[in-house]
Every structure is written in structure tokens, then in C-alpha cells.
Design a protein around this ligand. Sequence first.
Ligand code: DAK
Length: 257
Amino acid sequence: MSEKVIEVVESSGVVRLTISRPKALNALNSAVLTELERLLCELEQRNDLRAVLITGAGEKSFVAGADITEMKDKTPEEARAFASQALRTIKRLETLPVPVVALVNGFCLGGGCELALACDWAVASDNAVFGQPEVLLGVIPGFGGTQRLPRRVGPAMALDLVTTGRKIDAQEALRIGLVNRVMPQAELEAYADELTKQLAGNGPQAVRASKQAVHDGMEQELDSALALETALFAFCFAGEEQKEGMSAFVEKRKPNF
Ligand code: DAK
């Protein structure tokens, strides 16, 4: 039987994906990317999906990068095919219509950092280590890092990380805006449960519309982005969700979305 490289657990429409190659610190090989793309193709079709959490198995690593052992003998053509598979998969993760949260529980290097950058936001354990060390291997980030990192942390800090290959700890990642919060590793699981409940309890159409407004709006100049927000705001009034949310407030009860 083949190795199960991604574990899937679901609760109330929140799907948790755990990349599971702990002996290789969850490095991304072709098997992981193929399985991740297959799962994302399924998830993007689901109207009942509320959020996705992505993490790595074990307590040492989120994802320690692309699999160097698999990559080292690739020809330029094979490298291009590998990069395009990874880019396609990471784009699918980024454009899922629901929030995608990276639970960074350790090493988050190279392709792992690029995977986290494609998530809407990230929570790190206090032992997490971040970096784009590709220059130490004689390559550059190949999974979108040179483009998403400057958009997240600004070009100066992105160039610092990409050209030196230096590693940073969770506190520095927090300070530069690479992650949203840092917590003791022992509390990460409880936080994931709390987050699952929180995301599953909010109005699902409103959550999707929020993501669409931020993502699509960032691609546009301000006036058309504001027009997009207005259109999505009005759209929220077309369904039952807004009626339930506002009625619940007036009736002093919890909404049932
Ligand atoms: N790939 C494969 N195996 C890895 C790995 C990786 N990225 N990282 C760790 N491992 C394996 C180790 O080889 C070791 O395996 P065994 O020797 O036990 O069989 C096991 O995981 C445990 O690792 P260590 O013994 O090294 O553990 P330490 O705690 O001592 O060190 C470490 C942890 C994360 C600091 C260290 O393992 C490390 O530096 N790993 C490499 C991190 C890295 O450089 N990541 C970036 C990879 S490059 C492209 C262009 C570029 C790219 C891709 C495509 N195209 C244009 C096509 C590049 C992408 C990258 O991500």
C-alpha cells in the first residue's frame, strides 16, 4: 500500500490537511504535490466548505522545503515541470474561496515558506523557523517566493531573506508580518480547535465574500476595489444569512448560520 502523504480531517466544514512525511521533515515531493492538487480540486467544488487549515505532521516541522533528494538530479526541463506543478497547486490553495490558514509548527523553509505565503494568514508555534534558503543550494525560490514574499513583507525584507538565505525565528516572522500570531507549541492544537469553531460559526457567504473582496480588491486600483466591496456588500443582503445574523442580534441570541 502506498504511503499516505496527506492526512485529511474534517469538522463542521473546516478541513484540516496535514502533510505527513515526518522522516523528511514533511518536504514537498511530487507525491505530496500530486495529492495536494487532487484534494484541492475536490475542495474547490464544495459549497459547504467553511475553511481549510494546513499543517505538517510531528512537532518539528511544518514543511522543510521542496524535497532536495528528489530534486537534485532533475534536468532543466524536469525542474520546469516540477515548478509548474508546484505553482499550479499553490495557486489552487491561494484561490480556494474560503480562508486558508497555515498552522506553522516548526521548520517553514523554502517551498514550505512559499506554501505558507499562499495561505490567507499564518499562526506559528514558538519553535518555528522561517527562511528562503534556496541560494544556499544554488537556486532561487521556485514556488512563488520571489513574488509573494515581497507582497507580504515588503521588497527590502524579502530581498534580505531571499539573497542571504538566512533563517528567522517566529518572533521575527511576527515582527515583519510574515505570520499573524505566535504561541507556545503546546497550545497550537487547542488554538486550531478554537479557530475551527470560530470559522465554522461565522456566516459562510460573508466569510467567502470577505476573502474575495480582499484578494480581488488587492489586484485593482482603489476606486474599482471599493466598487467591488459595495457589490459584495449588497450581495450579502440577497440571501438568508444577513437576515439571520441581524435578526439574531436584535433578538439577543446567537445566529444559526
Ligand atoms: N528535502 C529532503 N529531505 C529533507 C529536507 C528537504 N528539504 N529537509 C530535511 N530533510 C531530511 C534530512 O535529509 C534528514 O533525512 P535523513 O538524513 O534522516 O534521511 C531528515 O529530513 C531530518 O533532517 P536533519 O537531520 O537535517 O534535521 P536537522 O534538525 O539537523 O536540520 C533543517 C533541520 C530543516 C535545518 C535541515 O534539515 C535543512 O536545512 N533542510 C533543508 C532545508 C532547505 O534548504 N529547504 C529549502 C529546500 S529548496 C525550483 C526552484 C527552487 C526550488 C524548487 C523548485 N524550480 C525552479 C523547479 C527550491 C525549493 C526548496 O524548497
